[in-house]
Design a protein around this ligand. Structure first.
Ligand SMILES: NC(=O)c1ccc[n+]([C@@H]2O[C@H](COP(=O)([O-])OP(=O)(O)OC[C@H]3O[C@@H](n4cnc5c(N)ncnc54)[C@H](O)[C@@H]3O)[C@@H](O)[C@H]2O)c1
Length: 251
């Protein structure tokens, strides 16, 4: 699957699943813009890609700031002449019973996990429509398909992304822009280690136990699905939701 000549923006690519996606897209020949709050981490991933012979550049970006996202996309287009792939990957959660959550927490979760992908999609679409070509892949979650105790607002955001994806896919199909979701299940990343495994080893163990494949996912499990959906080979696939979760959900 060649992505030679393509320009990809991957949000949250300084760590975990986003890092693996950025590296995998670069291996297929895409120029990768790493857009992350963590500038040093993003620069380190860009160096890894360059060391492997790829092309990448890190931009400090906060996906909750729509104006900043628009400016970032404009810079990427100026530098590399277009934007062909957007991977909405930046996300975060802190599991806790819904009754213990606060409105400030809801706002934070929704701003990052729902409004962020909406802002990034809004920023790239005019360029993709002009090109009559584009691939948008959003990293949702199995939590958004079947629910996940302790993750009510996050699940609402991820379910929202799945519904948003379907609607945008319908709106832009005539411009030959594919819009899809990939849903990881529990995956071994810094997010999972910091917010799940370290806080509640029991919760992490029970989440692992219910995965038919018998282990957590890895970033490298998720990345190939994203590369496929970003490729021309997936040109007739749009509005779909693909779980990469060892059989956790089969809906
Ligand atoms: N790890 C899991 O178990 C799991 C399961 C299902 C879905 N997901 C989803 O996968 C995606 C990646 O998660 P991960 O586990 O790799 O997390 P991670 O914490 O390892 O990486 C997330 C990255 O996003 C960046 N980020 C956070 N806020 C940002 C912002 N406002 N703007 C730009 N970048 C920001 C962080 O700096 C970090 O580099 C998220 O959308 C997450 O919800 C993860």
């Amino acid at each position: 699957m060649s992505l030679a000549g393509r320009v990809a923006v991957v949000t949250g690519a300084a760590s975990g699943i986003g890092r693996a996606i950025a590296r995998a897209l670069a291996r297929e020949g895409a120029k990768v813009a790493i857009a992350d709050l963590n500038e040093a981490g993003g620069a380190a991933v860009a160096r890894e890609i360059e060391t492997d012979g790829g092309t990448a550049r890190a931009w400090r970006a906060d996906v909750t700031d729509a104006a900043a996202v628009e400016a970032l996309v404009a810079q990427v287009v100026k530098q590399w002449g277009g934007v062909h792939v957007l991977v909405n990957n930046a996300g975060w959660d802190k599991p806790m019973p819904f009754v213990e959550t606060t409105p400030d927490f809801w706002d934070r979760i929704l701003a990052l996990n729902l409004r962020g992908p909406i802002a990034c999609t809004h920023a790239v679409l005019p360029h993709m429509i002009r090109q009559a070509h584009g691939k948008i892949v959003s990293i949702a979650s199995d939590a958004g398909r079947v629910g996940s105790s302790g993750e009510a607002v996050y699940s609402a955001a991820k379910g929202g992304i799945i519904a948003f994806t379907k609607t945008i896919a319908r709106e832009v199909a005539r411009h030959r822009i594919n819009v899809n979701c990939v849903c990881p299940g529990p995956s071994d990343t810094p997010l999972f280690q910091n917010e799940f495994a370290r806080v509640s080893p029991k919760l992490a163990a029970s989440l692992t136990r219910v995965i038919p494949w018998g282990r957590l996912g890895t970033p490298e499990d998720v990345a190939p699905a994203v590369v496929f959906l970003a490729s021309d080979e997936a040109g007739f696939i749009t509005g779909q939701t693909l779980s990469v979760s060892g059989g956790l959900t089969m809906a």
